[in-house]
Design a protein around this ligand. Structure first.
Ligand SMILES: Nc1ncnc2c1ncn2[C@@H]1O[C@H](COP(=O)(O)OP(=O)(O)OP(=O)(O)O)[C@@H](O)[C@H]1O
Length: 624
């Protein structure tokens, strides 16, 4: 029912109070929400995806699946309402037995009250357990569903590249969690509210007369109108708050990843100021959300019963009966007010829910759009198992042509070196080869093996992953899919030695690969629960290894995979000349055809031809 309109609000940006967040005005605009049916569809989509996406919990029993838990929660809530009703009447019953000095009645009532309170406590705990379980499940389901659509070939890269969607990581790791919590909050508060409100309205009416429920209804109708008016505003504040959260966290990730560089360059003060700027923006949005969700409290119940007493409604009753009626009716009207308050509070919670839903469905929409737009039809299977580029024209997403009319055959064993000034488009050729950037003209032929291009690309930036040394080398193949054997172990050791990382075969590293007598224990350790204990995280590897060592470890992947073709984008830029020579010689011995992108003269001798790219789309090809 709410949709999001991507226009900055000029009125707000002019105000002084947002001056200190204006530094990221472009990054953190205020969003307006409009009520329409598309928004309602998005909300429905979140709920139906949660209930129908089966992959997250494939082999769970029927009694622990999310639908069963929702039914149990409903029943648990109904049971709790009954228990709460009986517990609410207890005080009036106590008035009656105490004022009439009924000793045996008092003890009976005492036992009854203990029993009722225990049932209430049990049902509360049960409902908390059920809603907690549903929340955790909903989060897992929505996260896995989103990740399946996000971490996908050509989608992951395009989404992060386009930057149309801010902080997809924040949306997946945080917003989905908050959405699930908010959703549970709304559900538990409203699941049987209508029935409860009707029941207590009748009871209140019977005790106080029509004016009791009527005044409560009037009061809450006014409150509801206010709350409903606030929904779009709060939803937009929540949207911006979450966005600010994302930017703030990103700044900290940057600082963590650049800790050494910041120390070298004395950038602590700068970094501190930078994170504080984002913190202030975050504070601004947090504060506005708090203001707009200010709860409505009500002293109404006592006013209603007070009027009844002073108007002489109960004058014909004796004092103990009067006490009983006052207590009973105050409970009834208070419970009615409480139920209404819950519904009203739900309005502000619902606004949050909408804010989170918009962030999630917006991400889903964009992922779907990118997925539909992926067009790799220009990449074809080469009948001769070679790489061929036909009349390629490559342009940046901004439309600047980088290369035109590039026609080139790279036969097996005919290594190619690509050179040219920074930014001329060397890496862009790889983008076109694998479908990240669709060329504006031409097509590409690639060798295929088992349905995928028989081509391994080492990107310019080293990419280390969580896990052992072996995990780094087999990447992206997962170690859990590889049969552990002594042969595998020997292969790993040989590769590590070939790339010049023998010193990593010391026990503290090597234990993380596989040793002869560890094959069994390694396999058993490699289950999902225990991997954290035995493996290094990616950040640890980054701290342990120098940039040159990291490059060697990346190069080890080509030795493991032995592809028909490998593209090395500045992959030896941090290596000493001798290591570079050894690695290139060994790769050539393995019959891997190499396409290197580099500025290094020392590499020319390993290549048959050199593609020189110049500015403005021109290029030349020289034979070596
Ligand atoms: N997402 C993008 N949107 C617009 N332009 C981009 C984008 N990504 C890269 N470019 C531009 O495309 C051009 C070519 O980039 P590319 O990475 O291919 O250069 P390169 O020749 O490999 O450079 P280097 O030698 O520095 O590695 C650069 O001018 C770069 O700024």
């Amino acid at each position: 029912m709410l949709n999001f309109d991507n226009k900055p609000k000029n009125a707000l940006s002019n105000k002084k109070k947002v001056a200190y967040v204006s530094f990221i005005a472009g990054a953190l605009p205020n969003y307006q929400f409009k009520i329409n049916f598309k928004g309602l569809k998005n909300f429905k989509r979140v709920v139906s995806s949660t209930l129908t996406y089966g992959k997250a919990f494939m082999d769970e029993s029927w009694y622990y699946n999310i639908k069963t838990l929702c039914i149990l929660l409903f029943l648990g809530n109904v049971a709790y309402q009954f228990a709460a009703y009986f517990s609410g009447l207890l005080s009036s019953e106590f008035y009656l037995v105490l004022l009439s000095a009924d000793k045996s009645g008092y003890f009976k009532l005492l036992i009854k009250s203990v029993f009722i309170v225990l049932i209430c406590a049990f049902l509360l705990a049960l409902n908390n357990f059920l809603s907690g379980s549903i929340q955790a499940k909903a989060r897992t389901i929505l996260t896995m569903y989103t990740q399946e659509n996000y971490i996908k070939k050509n989608v992951l890269n395009t989404l992060n590249f386009q930057k149309k969607i801010d902080n997809p990581d924040q949306r997946i790791t945080q917003d989905i969690d908050k959405l699930s919590a908010s959703f549970m909050n709304v559900i538990t508060k409203t699941i049987i509210s209508p029935a409860v409100i009707i029941y207590y309205s009748i009871r209140t009416w019977l005790i106080t007369g029509y004016y009791g429920p009527l005044s409560i209804y009037l009061y809450f109708i006014i409150g509801s109108v206010f709350s409903i008016l606030l929904v779009p505003i709060v939803a937009s504040k929540i949207y911006n708050l979450e966005k600010a959260e994302g930017f703030f966290r990103n700044q900290h990730v940057k600082i963590r990843d650049s800790a050494e560089e910041i120390s070298f360059m004395g950038g602590e003060d700068n970094a501190n100021k930078e994170v504080n700027k984002y913190m202030k923006a975050l504070y601004f949005y947090q504060k506005t959300v708090v203001i707009f969700t200010f709860p409505i409290y009500s002293p109404l119940s006592y006013a209603i019963i007070g009027i009844a007493v002073f108007a002489g409604f109960y004058d014909d009753k004796n004092p103990s009966e009067q006490a009983n009626i006052i207590s009973k009716s105050s409970f009834m009207s208070m419970y009615l007010i409480f139920s209404f308050t819950q519904v009203l509070e739900t309005a502000s919670e619902f606004a949050k829910l909408v804010g989170y839903s918009v962030r999630i469905t917006q991400l889903w929409d964009e992922l779907e759009k990118i997925n539909l737009a992926v067009n790799t039809g220009y990449i074809k299977k080469s009948p001769d198992n070679i790489i061929e580029m036909n009349n390629l024209e490559i342009a940046t997403p901004a439309g600047t042509t980088l290369i035109s009319n590039l026609t080139l055959k790279i036969e097996t064993g005919q290594n190619l070196l690509i050179t040219g000034p920074n930014g001329c488009g060397k890496t862009s050729i790889i983008r076109a080869l694998v479908g990240i950037w669709k060329p504006t003209e031409g097509n590409v032929y690639l060798p295929f093996k088992n349905g995928v291009p028989d081509l391994y690309i080492l990107p310019q930036q080293n990419m280390l992953v969580n896990g052992s040394l072996a995990d780094q080398i087999t990447y992206p193949e997962r170690l859990s899919n590889i049969a552990m054997s002594n042969d595998f172990n020997n292969k790993m050791v040989k590769i590590i030695q070939t790339v010049g990382l023998s010193h990593l075969l010391k026990p503290e590293f090597f234990a993380k690969i596989v040793t002869d007598d560890q094959v069994y224990s390694y396999e058993t350790e490699y289950d999902d629960e225990s991997t954290f204990n035995v493996k290094y995280s990616f950040t640890t590897w980054q701290n342990i290894l120098s940039p040159g060592e990291q490059q060697k470890l990346s190069l080890a992947r080509i030795f493991y995979r032995a592809p028909r073709y490998a593209i090395l984008d500045e992959s030896t830029s941090s290596l000493d000349i001798k290591s570079e020579e050894t690695i290139y010689t060994e790769l050539i011995k393995m019959n891997v055809t190499l396409i290197s992108i580099s500025h290094r003269k020392s590499l020319e001798k390993f290549h048959r031809s050199i593609l020189n790219i110049e500015q403005h789309g021109r290029f030349s090809i020289d034979s070596n």
